[in-house]
Design a protein around this ligand. Structure first.
Ligand code: ADP
Ligand code: MG
Length: 314
């Protein structure tokens, strides 16, 4: 049973039964809870566990920054404005210099994205560091960017470059030469909050790329009941990656995790609005939404990809 089957089987089924009208529960990047006629509270939670999400030697400053950034990325995917967060810390011991660096990274991120810490929990862990953050944001109810609203004919876009974080990790593991730019993407991801908000009223669907483009686009396709045609030659690949095998760079772009960029769909009629947005953001059209399901490559991929793509915990 993998992660998504587990959630579906044990939690989604019962949890979705008695939800009040207007509430969006399990299944998107954040839950949406109506605040008043116009606005919804967007809520999302994510954990970072030592040995699973990061190595013990990860610099504490980067860990503080990244713990919040990956959570903010889910708010970005809804088009929400970040407001408040809580922090649950599980620590094997009190290491003051580690904590000081961690909080500096955390608050650097909080300040940059204008989000305030309002509570949390602290306890001793038996093994390794664990960080859980819950973020809360605000979004116009009618315009929130859901995974489920992609339409046949929509253009599929991604922001930024794909695969740099995964290649940064390979560098850390000494499997490829270290590249500082990629390492920076891996340690200090930049959640696309401004882009998410700019897409309100323009994009039909959006998701953040945390588990790899193919896996995350796959969630949009399933939720919307559509398929996608992608042109792999248009993918925005990792910068300065010419020295690596082309297959490795492409695989990192399609399946490498932790890009924290946005993948979103836009109707043809919004072409002009998109032209305006490309002056503010780095955006690439990579394909279109078609009938059916799953991803079709046109032209065909020159490499064989493993069928079980994207990071899964189980
Ligand atoms: P993301 O990668 O955007 O953080 P996930 O893949 O972690 O999303 O989760 C998919 C969906 O399942 C989300 O809506 C999330 O809130 C929900 N979810 C994950 N784990 C649980 C759980 N244990 N109980 C209820 N909902 C969960
Ligand atoms: Mg997400």
């Amino acid at each position: 049973m993998h992660e998504f089957e587990l959630i579906q089987h044990f939690f989604h089924h019962t949890a979705s039964r008695d939800l009040p009208d207007g509430v969006l529960g399990i299944g998107d990047d954040a839950a949406l809870l109506p605040m008043d006629a116009e606005r919804a509270l967007a809520v999302s939670t994510d954990s970072l566990l030592e040995g699973v999400h990061f190595f013990a030697q990860m610099p504490a400053h980067a860990l503080g920054f990244k713990s919040l950034a990956v959570n903010l990325s889910d708010l970005a995917a809804m088009g929400a404005t970040a407001k408040y967060f809580t922090l649950a810390l599980h620590l094997p011991a009190v290491d003051k210099s580690w904590l000081d660096e961690f909080q500096r990274g955390l608050f650097a991120c909080a300040q940059h994205y204008a989000i305030a810490l309002v509570g949390g929990d602290t306890c001793r862990s038996q093994q390794g560091i664990g960080i859980n953050i819950t973020v809360m944001g605000e979004v116009p109810r009618q315009q929130a960017l859901l995974r489920s609203r992609a339409q046949v004919g929509d253009i599929i876009y991604v922001s930024g470059q794909l695969g740099e974080s995964a290649l940064g990790l390979l560098g850390l593991q000494q499997k490829i030469p270290v590249n500082e730019q990629w390492l920076q993407q891996h340690y200090y991801p930049q959640p696309q909050l401004a882009l998410g908000q700019a897409l309100l009223g323009i994009a039909t669907a959006a998701i953040d790329i945390s588990d790899g483009l193919l896996a995350d686009l796959g969630h949009v396709l399933t939720a919307s009941g559509v398929g996608a045609r992608l042109d792999y030659k248009r993918l925005p690949l990792a910068r300065a990656s010419e020295h690596l095998p082309a297959e490795q760079v492409l695989l990192a772009a399609l399946c490498g995790g932790e890009d924290y960029q946005l993948c979103f769909t836009v109707p043809e009629q919004q072409r002009q609005a998109m032209t305006a947005l490309t002056t503010r953001f780095s955006l690439t059209a990579i394909g279109e939404i078609i009938e059916g399901g799953g991803v079709t490559f046109e032209p065909q991929l020159p490499y064989h990809l493993k069928s079980d793509l994207g990071f899964k915990h189980f």
